[in-house]
Write a protein that binds this ligand. Structure first.
Ligand code: SAH
Length: 464
């Protein structure tokens, strides 16, 4: 049957009643059953919308005004919220943000994993959902008069927002460090990278600060191999800010959107800083993944550990192990832990971290988990528990196969994307595992991102 044409045209103004929310926190209103996705609109609201894009089955709109407002609408504390691409849901009460995330996980379980009956526990909220991020990656540009400017990109663009003074989800120290580097670099006459012409020097300033240690690492990313005025810049930074423990120079000489270049070296201090989660201390280098929300990370890992129910005779595999965070927690209870991770610097950190904490029963390997695990299986490794914590795209199919081939009694799946989590759970269910519980954790307040940890048990009679 031929599809009917969309009932709206681009640039038309329509009145909408909003009924629902998209994954990204936009409002959804319908015209004759045709959905329009409208940023900053909330369910229960009504308003006028300018149609900005018309696709076959759905379109996008821009909210012009509200004729009815939701009691869950709040004034975003950030001055640049409506322009910035960083946060999406500051206009929602925190309770509404949590409800949205909870529903997202439930919906993914129902619609994608076909697991309508699996218990999804109430999301673990953050006590104070602001200023939680321990790491910032800030682009550098120039104002018309050549003065350096730092700020996030505007939504769907590479234009730096004007007038961004602070970021309310960022650790205050990091905020101040970005400003300090910008100010000193500006005084020293270091130019900003010009993306269009592929000229200039300074591309990004990255700052990470340890929650417990307060150690700060600054990474300066430049197009050029040399960092002009390096000595003066370093000297002023370390003399003024004694909590800076490491300054790293990363060189990205490619004309690319990606932030990081291939080579990094410390220009002051070590090439890592320390932080601590619970009783375990971690060394973290510039390129290593480390969860951005420390208080919530502790809650997430505690839940993962609880779900793993590790016995003292158990062997555990931690796939996508990063710097060995989850592995080292598990190693305290297990007989042996094997971690696998693709970033070599992260594996170096993981090894260092095992030593640092006197943990001798954890071994770490560099490689793609989907290639290393089948090899382990071939060697006869049969772990009791497997933990996976993949990036947003979820587990590689080969990795899921390898997991099933290892036949662990239990799987713990930590995920930052409910859709790929649900997709992978379906495969594991079909392979003989039963999902027991799902626990969402709010790791990223004010944004639409959702984290969840999930527990699966092998079916007793293994009916595949
Ligand atoms: N469990 C860790 C890291 C989770 S983030 C923690 O909680 O800190 C996901 C990690 O997977 C990143 O460190 C990333 O570098 C790694 N990764 C991505 N693709 C991978 C692959 N194919 N094989 C192994 N590791 C991978």
């Amino acid at each position: 049957m031929a599809k009917q044409a969309a009932p709206v045209k681009k640039n038309e103004t329509v009145t909408l009643q909003f009924e629902d929310l998209t994954h990204e926190g936009s409002g959804v209103g319908k015209i004759n059953g045709y959905p329009l996705f409208v940023p900053f609109a909330l369910p229960g609201e009504e308003g006028d919308v300018k149609v900005v894009k018309v696709n076959k089955n759905f379109g996008f709109g821009k909210l012009l005004n509200l004729t009815k407002s939701s009691p869950e609408r709040v004034e975003p504390p950030c001055d640049v919220f409506y322009k910035c691409g960083g946060c999406q849901v500051q206009h929602m009460s925190y309770d509404m943000q949590l409800d949205m995330k909870q529903e997202q996980v439930k919906n993914a379980m129902r619609k994608i994993a076909h697991l309508a009956d699996v218990p999804v526990h109430p999301i673990i909220r953050m006590e104070d959902p602001w200023r939680y991020r321990n790491k910032v990656q800030m682009p550098v540009g120039e104002k018309d008069d050549g003065e350096l400017r730092t700020g996030f990109y505007q939504k769907r663009s590479h234009r730096i927002i004007e007038g961004m003074e602070t970021c309310n989800i960022q650790d205050e120290v990091n905020d101040r460090m970005v400003e300090a580097v910008r100010r000193i670099a500006d005084r020293l006459g270091i130019s900003a990278y010009d993306e269009q012409n592929d000229t200039g020097v300074l591309r990004h300033i990255v700052v990470r600060t340890g929650e417990v240690t307060n150690d700060t690492m600054i990474v300066i990313i430049t197009r050029t191999t040399e960092l002009p005025h390096q000595d003066e810049l370093v000297k002023e930074l370390i003399q003024t800010y004694p909590h800076i423990k490491s300054i790293v120079h990363n060189i990205n000489n490619r004309k690319t959107n990606s932030i990081w270049g291939k080579t990094s070296h410390a220009i002051w201090g070590e090439d890592y800083i320390y932080d601590q989660i619970g009783d375990i201390k971690f060394a973290i280098s510039a390129r290593s993944f480390y969860q951005v929300n420390p208080p919530q990370t502790k809650k997430l890992y505690d839940k993962a550990l609880e779900y793993a129910k590790i016995g003292s005779h158990d062997t555990v595999v931690d796939a996508y192990c990063g710097i060995g965070t989850i592995s080292l927690f598990m190693a305290q209870e297990a007989k042996k832990v094997y971690g696998v991770e693709v970033v070599p610097e992260a594996v170096d950190d993981a090894k260092k971290n095992a030593k640092l904490n006197g943990i001798t029963n954890a071994t770490f390997y560099v490689g793609e988990a989907e290639k290393v695990m089948p090899w382990w299986t071939a060697q006869g490794m049969r772990p009791d528990v497997i933990v996976v914590d993949p990036p947003r795209k979820g587990c590689d199919e080969e990795l899921l196969k390898a997991m099933l081939g290892m036949e662990p009694k239990r799987i713990v799946y930590v995920s930052c994307n409910p859709s790929t989590l649900a997709r992978d759970l379906r495969i594991l269910e079909d392979g003989g595992y039963a999902t027991q519980e799902v626990q969402p954790v709010d790791m990223f307040p004010q944004t639409h991102h959702v984290e969840a940890v999930c527990w699966l048990e092998k079916n007793v009679f293994n009916q595949k």
